[in-house]
Design a protein around this ligand. Structure first.
Ligand code: 26W
Length: 807
C-alpha cells in the first residue's frame, strides 16, 4: 500500500529530527545521522498509529495475546517498517535529492542478534503477522546487551566476537520508565498461620529493577502495530554508599554489576541445555517482569482478575519461559489472595505452550536445589503444583508409580520444565504434522493418553512480506503482474501462480529473476573478496551447525563429487557452488570441527584450476538475518537433510521454497508438508523415513557396515581419514565410524549417504532442462501459500488462544 505522504511533508519531518537531535541541517548530516533521523521519523508515525490502534483495542475489549520467548531474531527494522507502511518510494526519492542512497542507510543499521536461530526467527515472523492481522499482541523478551556472537573464521576455526548492536539499534527502542517493575531473587520463605489463613512471606530477597524497552512492529496495509517489549536489568538501590564513601570504589560497584549482568548476553547454545545459574536468572527475570506487566495492564482496564483468562492469552515459546506458570500462581495466590484451586484454573486456562525440539539434550531439567536457592517462593509453588498433580494422577492410575513418576514435575532432584509446561497449559502444540505426531507418541505420550484434546499441531510459517516481498522485489513484481498484489496480505493467493505453469514468458522471467538474484548476491560477496560464479548452480545449506542437521552429510557428498572429478577431470558436471552458512555454539567442539572441514575442503578444491571451475565450496562467515535476505533468494537448491524425526519443522526450507529454490531433503519436519504441497515431481526426497530410522535403531545400527560394504562410502571416508590441505580429520573419521558408543555417528549419515547421492544426481539431471526446472520452481512458489506465518497465526488464534478474528 502506498502511503499518501508527500515529499514536502517527509522532508520537514526528517529536517526536524536532524535539528532536534543534532542541531544540524541537511547538508551537514552524515549517513549515521541520516539513518537515525529516518528511524525517528518512522517511530513518530508508528507511535501515532499505535495510539489509534490501542484506542480501538480498548473499546473492543478484545482478548490480548502475550508471546513470551527468550529469543526474538528481529532483523533490521528500517526496511521492514518502510515497506509495511508503504513509505519506501517517498523516502527513496527525498533521500536521493539529498544525495543519500536508501540502501546505504539500510546498511547503517545493525542486525540485532537477539536469538540463535529457528525459535527466535519464528517469534519475529509471528509478530509481523500479528501486527498485519490486527491482533492486539505484545512479544516479551530480554534486551540482551550483546546478541548472538559475531563469527569469524581464522584458519578454519570459528572464533566468537561480541555483537555490539545497541549503539546503532537503540534508536528503535523506547524506554518506558513508567512501567518499571521489580524482580526478587534469593532469600527465604516464611509461612505463618494467622486468622486470615496461611500467610506466606518472602524475606531477605535481592531485588532488581526490570526496565522495559519497546520496539514497534508495523503491519502491512493494516491499522495494527505490535509491540516487542524487551526487559533490561537495572540496579539503582544496591550501590554500597558506605564502601564508596570510605574509598572502596571497587566494592561499591561489584554488587551493582552482578545484578545487571542478567541481561548482558544471549546464551549461544541452540538445542543444548546447560543448566547455568545465570540462565535461570534470565528466565525468571523475563517471566516475573512480564507477568507483573500483563497483570497491571489487565487491572488498569478491568479492575479485576476474575476475567483474566477470558481477556488474556499467554504463550510460552518452548520451555524457556515456563516459570511464568508458577509466577502467575504466586501473584494470584500471594498478592491477590485467590485460592490455590482457583488460581490453578486461571493459569491453566490462560497459558499455552509450543514445543520446538525433541532432542533429549535440549530438554530443560533444573537441579531442584538451584531453584530452591535462587527462587524459594517459586520452588514452593512448583512443589505444591507437583503434589496436587501427583495426587490427581494417583486417583487416575492407582498404584502405577512408574507412570506417576514419569509425569511428575519434580523427580530425582530435578525440575522438568517440559512437564511443568504441559501440566500448566491449556494446549500444547508441535510445529509440523510429523513433529506433533512424534511428541504425542514419544515425549508426551502419557499426557496425550490422559488428555488427547490438549495436543494439537500448528505448522510453522514465515513472514512472506519480509522473505519474499522485501528480499526478492523482482519476484514480487512478477507475482504482482501475474496474480495481482493481494497475496501480500493473503498468502493463499499465491496458489494462483500455478495457472502460469505453461506460460513461457513467465517461466523465462522466473529464470531471469533467479539469475539476477544470484548476481546480486555474488556482487555482495565480491565486496568481501569472495568470488563465485553466478552461472553455477547455487546449492545452499544455511542453518545452525548441528550434528542432527547433517552438514557433514553434505560435505561427504561434495567429497564424492570431488573424487569423481579427480579420477576423471573431463566428467560432464554442471558448475556448482556449495554455499554453507552456519554458526556453531562456542562450546560445541564437533560442530566446530565440521566448519574446519568445510573450510579446508574449500581451500583444497581451490588449488585445482580445473576442478574449481566445476565445484566450489564457500563457507559464508557470520550468517544472520541480513545475510539470509540476500542469500536465500539466490538459492537454486535448498539442502534440508536432517535425520528424519529430528528437525521439528525447519523454516529456512520454506524461505527458499517461496523464492523458487528446489528442495533436496529427507522426510523430516515441514519437508513432509512441502512434499505434499508440491508433489514428488517438484522436490528431491531421499533417505530413511522417521519410522525407518526408529526401526534401524531397534535392529541395531553399525556405521562400519556401510563403510565396509559400500565402495563409494569407503572411498570418501578413507579420503577423510588421510586428511587433506595439510590437516587431519581423524576426529571426524572416528565420529563417523566409532562415535561415543562404538556404533558410529548417531545421526546415521552413512545410512542415508547412497540414496542422497543418487537423488542429488537426479537433481543435476533435472537442472539440465531449464524450462522444466523453472516449472518446478513455479510450483514451489505457488505451493508456499500454506507456509505463511499469517496462516500459522490464524491457527493459533482459532485453536489455541480462542481469539475471534477482528472485523
Ligand atoms: C536450552 C537450550 C535451547 C535453546 C534453544 C534448547 C532449545 C532451543 C530451541 C527451541 C531450538 C530451536 O530453535 N528449535 C527450532 O525451532 C524452529 C521453530 O519452531 C524449528 O523450525 C526448528 O526445526 C527447530 O530446530
Amino acid at each position: 500500500m502506498e502511503s499518501n505522504m508527500t515529499k514536502e511533508e517527509l522532508r520537514a519531518l526528517i529536517e526536524n529530527k536532524l535539528s532536534r537531535h543534532y542541531g544540524i541541517s541537511i547538508d551537514e548530516a552524515d549517513r549515521a545521522q541520516m539513518y537515525k533521523s529516518c528511524a525517528r521519523t518512522i517511530l513518530e508515525l508508528l507511535s501515532e498509529k499505535r495510539t489509534k490502534f490501542n484506542q480501538k483495542i480498548k473499546e473492543s475489549q478484545a482478548k490480548k495475546v502475550y508471546y513470551l520467548c527468550m529469543e526474538f531474531l528481529v532483523g533490521r527494522s528500517l526496511k521492514n517498517n518502510l515497506y509495511n507502511l508503504g513509505l519506501e518510494d517517498v523516502f527513496r526519492n527525498v533521500l536521493k535529492q539529498w544525495n543519500f542512497d536508501l540502501e546505504d542507510l539500510y546498511n547503517e543499521e545493525p542486525d540485532p542478534g537477539l536469538g540463535n536461530g529457528g525459535l527466535g526467527r519464528l517469534a519475529s515472523c509471528f509478530m509481523d503477522s500479528l501486527a498485519t492481522l490486527e491482533y492486539p499482541a505484545t512479544g516479551y523478551s530480554i534486551c540482551y546487551e550483546y546478541g548472538l556472537f559475531k563469527q569469524k573464521i581464522v584458519d578454519g576455526w570459528q572464533m566468537e566476537l561480541p555483537d555490539i548492536w545497541l549503539p546503532g539499534g537503540h534508536v528503535w527502542l523506547n524506554q518506558r520508565n513508567d512501567l518499571v517493575c521489580h524482580v526478587r531473587f534469593n532469600g527465604h520463605v516464611e509461612e505463618n498461620w494467622t486468622d486470615e489463613g496461611l500467610q506466606i512471606k518472602h524475606l531477605n530477597y535481592d531485588e532488581i529493577e526490570a526496565v522495559p524497552y519497546d520496539l514497534m512492529i508495523s503491519g502491512l496495509d493494516s491499522e495494527g502495530v505490535a509491540i516487542l517489549r524487551l526487559w533490561r536489568a537495572r540496579d539503582l538501590n544496591n550501590f554500597d554508599m558506605s564502601s564508596f564513601a570510605s574509598g572502596d570504589y571497587d566494592r561499591a560497584m561489584t554488587e551493582k554489576m552482578n545484578a545487571e549482568v542478567i541481561c548482558k548476553v544471549l546464551y549461544p547454545s541452540d538445542n543444548h541445555f546447560e543448566g547455568k545459574t545465570l540462565r535461570l536468572k534470565q528466565q525468571y527475570f523475563l517471566v516475573s517482569a512480564t507477568v507483573q506487566d500483563i497483570i497491571a495492564e489487565h487491572l488498569q482496564q478491568y479492575e479485576t482478575l476474575d476475567n483474566f483468562s477470558e481477556k488474556v492469552a499467554i504463550h510460552i515459546n518452548d520451555t524457556h519461559p515456563a516459570l511464568c506458570i508458577p509466577e502467575l500462581m504466586r501473584i494470584l495466590v500471594d498478592d491477590y489472595h485467590y485460592s490455590w484451586q482457583r488460581a490453578y484454573q486461571l493459569v491453566k486456562k490462560t497459558v499455552s505452550y509450543t514445543n520446538h525440539t525433541v532432542l533429549s539434550e535440549a530438554l530443560e531439567k533444573w537441579p531442584e536445589d538451584l531453584i530452591k536457592g535462587q527462587l524459594p517462593r517459586i520452588y514452593g509453588i512448583m512443589k505444591g503444583l507437583n503434589e496436587s498433580y501427583c495426587q490427581e494422577l494417583w486417583k487416575r492410575y492407582p498404584g502405577d508409580w512408574e507412570k506417576i513418576e514419569r509425569m511428575s514435575i519434580i523427580s530425582h532432584g530435578q525440575v522438568r520444565m517440559a512437564n511443568l509446561c504441559v501440566i500448566g497449559s491449556s494446549h500444547v502444540n508441535g510445529v509440523s504434522k510429523l513433529h506433533s505426531e512424534i511428541i504425542q507418541k514419544h515425549i508426551f505420550s502419557d499426557y496425550y493418553r490422559l488428555d488427547t484434546k490438549k495436543f494439537i499441531s500448528v505448522t510453522n510459517g514465515i513472514a512472506h512480506r519480509r522473505w519474499l516481498c522485501q528480499s526478492n522485489p523482482l519476484l514480487s513484481q512478477l507475482l504482482d503482474d501475474c496474480i495481482g498484489p493481494d497475496y501480500k496480505k493473503d498468502a493463499s493467493q499465491l496458489g494462483k501462480f500455478r495457472n502460469f505453469y505453461e506460460n513461457k514468458e513467465v517461466l523465462s522471467r522466473l529464470q531471469a529473476i533467479k539469475q539476477a538474484n544470484k548476481i546480486r548476491f555474488s556482487n555482495q560477496l565480491q565486496q568481501n573478496g569472495i568470488v563465485i560464479d553466478p552461472q553455477s548452480i547455487f546449492v545452499v545449506q544455511a542453518k545452525r551447525l548441528h550434528e542432527y542437521k547433517r552438514q557433514l552429510l553434505n560435505v561427504l557428498k561434495i567429497i564424492s563429487l570431488y573424487l569423481d572429478l579427480k579420477d576423471e577431470p573431463n566428467l560432464s558436471l554442471p558448475p556448482q557452488t556449495f554455499l554453507f552458512a552456519a554458526k556453531a555454539a562456542p562450546g560445541y567442539y564437533s560442530a566446530k570441527e565440521v566448519i574446519r572441514l568445510i573450510w579446508n575442503l574449500s581451500n583444497e578444491i581451490e588449488k585445482d584450476a580445473t576442478i574449481r571451475e566445476k565445484i566450489r565450496v564457500v563457507f559464508l562467515e557470520n550468517y544472520d538475518v541480513t545475510m539470509a535476505e540476500g542469500l536465500l533468494p539466490a538459492a537454486d537448491v535448498s539442502e534440508q537433510i536432517s535425520l528424519a524425526g529430528k528437525e521439528a519443522s525447519g523454516t529456512g526450507n520454506m524461505k527458499m521454497m517461496i523464492n523458487g529454490a528446489l528442495t533436496i531433503g529427507t522426510m523430516d519436519g515441514a519437508n513432509v508438508e512441502i512434499y505434499e504441497a508440491v508433489g514428488k515431481e517438484n522436490i528431491f526426497i531421499f533417505g530413511m523415513t522417521a519410522e525407518e530410522v526408529e526401526n534401524k535403531w531397534k535392529e541395531g545400527y553399525a556405521a562400519s557396515s556401510y563403510y565396509h560394504n559400500n565402495e563409494k562410502i569407503h572411498r570418501v571416508v578413507e579420503y577423510l581419514r588421510h586428511g587433506f590441505n595439510g590437516e587431519s580429520f581423524e576426529s571426524i573419521y572416528r565420529y563417523l565410524l566409532v562415535g561415543d558408543y562404538g556404533i558410529g555417528d548417531p545421526y546415521m549419515c552413512l545410512a542415508d549417504f547412497e540414496s542422497y547421492l543418487d537423488v542429488y544426481k537426479e537433481l543435476l539431471e533435472a537442472y539440465h532442462a531449464p524450462f522444466r526446472w523453472s516449472q518446478k520452481a513455479l510450483i514451489n512458489i505457488a505451493g508456499a501459500e500454506r507456509f505463511a506465518a499469517d496462516r500459522s497465526i490464524q491457527e493459533y488464534t482459532n485453536k489455541i488462544w480462542n481469539i475471534p478474528t477482528l472485523v
